[in-house]
Structure formats: C-alpha cells, structure tokens
Design a protein around this ligand. Structure first.
Ligand code: ADP
Ligand code: AMP
Length: 214
C-alpha cells in the first residue's frame, strides 16, 4: 500500500502517519524528519535545508526529490510506504510519479487531513517535538507524561523553531500557494480521500482505516 498524507502544516499528518505505518507494517517517510536529522548531524544538506526551514519556506525541489526517490527504492519499501510531508509542490508530485511509473507502479491513496487555518495556529503553538527520536506531542491534546520530557526516550521536548507564531503564518501561506494544488492533482488521479482532521486523533485514525481497510 503506497500512501501520501496531505494537509496543512500541523494538520496531524505525522501523528496519523506513525499510526498507519505501525498498523499496516510499512515505513513512515517524513521529509521534515529527514531534514531535521540532517540538521542535528550537521550535514551539508542539513545546513542548506535549515536556511529555508527557519523562514517557513520550502526546501528547494532539487534537494528534496532525489532524497525521496532514493528512499522509496530501498528494500523495506517493497510492500509500500507512507509519505508524510512529501510531495509539497506539483513538480515534487510529478517527480514521484515519474519514479514510480518506471517500475509500472503508482500511488494508491492521497489522504487529505483537512483542518482550517484557525485550528492550525493552536496546534502548532502547542506542538512539542523530541529532537532525539522525532516523537511529537501537544501540550493540551497529547501531553508527555513528565512535562518537557519525551515519553519514548526521556530527552527534552522543544517548541520547533519553525512552530513559532511568526513562522507559522508564513508556512500557512506557502501551504496554500504551493501545496494545496496537490489536492486537485490527486483528485484528477482518482486517489484523493479527505478526512475531517478537526476530530480527535482516534476518530481521525478510524476514519482513515475505514478508507484503507483492515
Ligand atoms: P503535521 O505532521 O501535519 O505537521 P502533527 O502530526 O505534528 O502535524 O500534529 C500537529 C500538532 O497537533 C501536534 O502537537 C499533535 O500532537 C497535535 N494533533 C495532531 N492530531 C490532532 C488531533 N486530531 N487533535 C488535536 N491535536 C492533534
Ligand atoms: P514538516 O516536518 O513536514 O512540517 O516539515 C518542516 C519543514 O521542512 C517545512 O516547513 C519545509 O521547510 C521543510 N520540508 C519538509 N518536507 C518538504 C518538502 N517535501 N519540500 C520542501 N520542503 C520540505
């Protein structure tokens, strides 16, 4: 099963993608997590990506497409994968399609987690991330057991630089300008499914599993 998670930043793509990956035993591929790991490890890619991420801008397609195309060619993706945060532009979607078509493959589902901008600002202001293992929490909706410490690995949880209010507004604008057109792109391919992302995490997940099947 090959799945794309669509939706605004903070809509809950990562939260749902992790649960879907576990249930269907497919790898969860988050370009945001890949860039953050590169930043943490001080790689050249990380240095370049950080300049864009801190401003709420998209990392250029040249730095993003090959990364994903190489990742989905790995053995663990043979039975499918879930993409979270990619594609974010039409050229990225076209690069993905072109890579799949070479092997006579195509994506199966593009799931749009629909959340209005008003809710997004609260979601991102309350998001706390573990920069060590990538786990995500929310101070109100999904708090850590011990304040400020990751439940998985005990590292500190932080407000991401790009979740600060001034950057969130930029990210929303970028989403509407560059990423939202993908909804129509996948609608035309007949693989678009929408879920109401304002519901509880469990309800959103049960709506998604109803689409994907048991
Ligand atoms: P995305 O990957 O789309 O950027 P996340 O999955 O990181 O979004 O979710 C953004 C924030 O909102 C996180 O703090 C997460 O814990 C919280 N969140 C996710 N889904 C829900 C939900 N259905 N209801 C309330 N909060 C949610
Ligand atoms: P995310 O963790 O998905 O919210 O991504 C965090 C940031 O990483 C985004 O705001 C972008 O700057 C960058 N990023 C992640 N995925 C992509 C992508 N597919 N294309 C361009 N930039 C991306």
């Amino acid at each position: 099963m090959k799945i794309i998670m669509l939706g605004a930043p903070g809509a809950g793509k990562g939260t749902q993608a992790k649960m879907i990956a576990e249930k269907y035993c497919i790898p969860h591929i988050s370009t945001g997590d890949i860039f953050r790991a590169n930043i943490k490890n001080g790689t050249e890619l990380g240095k370049k990506a950080k300049e864009f991420m801190d401003k709420g801008l998209l990392v250029p397609d040249e730095l993003t497409c090959d990364l994903v195309v190489d990742r989905i060619a790995k053995d663990d993706c043979k039975n499918g994968f879930i993409l979270d945060g990619f594609p974010r532009t039409i050229p990225q979607a076209e690069a993905l399609d072109a890579a799949l078509v070479k092997n006579n493959e195509k994506m199966d589902y593009a799931i749009d987690v629909d959340v209005p901008d008003e809710n997004i600002v609260n979601r991102m202001g309350g998001r706390r991330a573990c920069l060590n293992c990538g786990a995500t929490y929310h101070v109100v909706f999904n708090p850590t057991k011990v304040e400020g410490k990751c439940d998985n690995c005990g590292s500190d949880t932080v407000l991401r630089d790009d979740d600060k209010p001034e950057t969130v507004q930029n990210r929303l604008k970028v989403y509407h300008d560059q990423t939202q057109p993908l909804i129509e792109y996948y609608n035309k391919q007949n693989i678009l499914k929408s879920v109401d992302g304002t519901q509880s995490m469990d309800k959103v997940f049960s709506d998604i599993t109803a689409i994907l099947g048991e």
